[in-house]
Design a protein. Sequence first.
Length: 320
Amino acid sequence: MIPKILSSSNVENNETMNYALNVMRFNLLWKQGYTGEGIKIGVVDSGIDYNHPMLIDKVECGYNFSSVGAVDDIFDYNYHGTSVSALLCGDYIDYRRYGVAPNAKLIVAKSMDATGYGTISAIVDGINYCVQQGADIINCSIGTTYYSLDMENAVRNAVDKGIAVVVASGNDGHNDTDGSVREISYPASHDVSICVGAMDRNYAITDFSNSSEFVDFVAPGKGILTAYPNNKYAIVEGTSFSCPLVAGSLALLKQKFIAEFKRIPSESELYGMLMKYTREIQGVSKSMQGHGYPDFSISRNFSKENLTFTMDNILRTLKI
């Protein structure tokens, strides 16, 4: 999926902007003071343009696990990681707060090269690095059709440590309106990862979004404006860009949970908290949308009792 590249001069009048703000209303959490402050998000991707105006001072630490360059070279020679990172925590386009969790910090695990290629071992090393560096959330806008036990173990280890691993479902959808065609990608299809599909501005599941019993949530992923390396911007599409909208939402909710309950939530509690802000798309199968899309305009009351979730009672993989 080729991005439409824009210069900074024609961003201001671009009507696309980040319509996800209007769909998911994460600005309502900003108004409560939840902006991702104190939260670290691991990004397993192609690196980051840390000089981009949207991404200045966003990097906590980083390491290059790709097969090209020095270990401290986390610059993004592709574009993918930069675009994902800006949706996670990018500052401003046209004086608007933009990324979902603008005060979060990034742990950059560069696992793909300039062509967008990365080995399974690089992805595994990237996930493990994020865990070691204290990530609260890990965003993996990556995927492969090949199953790897090492990758599954890395994801499970992260989740066991209370870290939500949010993964793009994949862009191999067959435009089946009922979700009857099953498309599998890893690590999205590991049952403990949080698998995110894509919808458009009209609340329709995109024709490219994978469908399967592993889909947990959907978020906007078509026609999204974000950062592009070398001070440019781009309109992008793909489940890769839905993924950071959900990962960023979890960063806001973790900050909120800590503030309200004075303790660190388990991964399943955080998942359950997001579910309580999720709106189902009527007439769309669970295999296409999971539980639906996050919408923070939904009014919820939380207590310690109703935020106690287990893997069984939230039925993560069955979606019923």
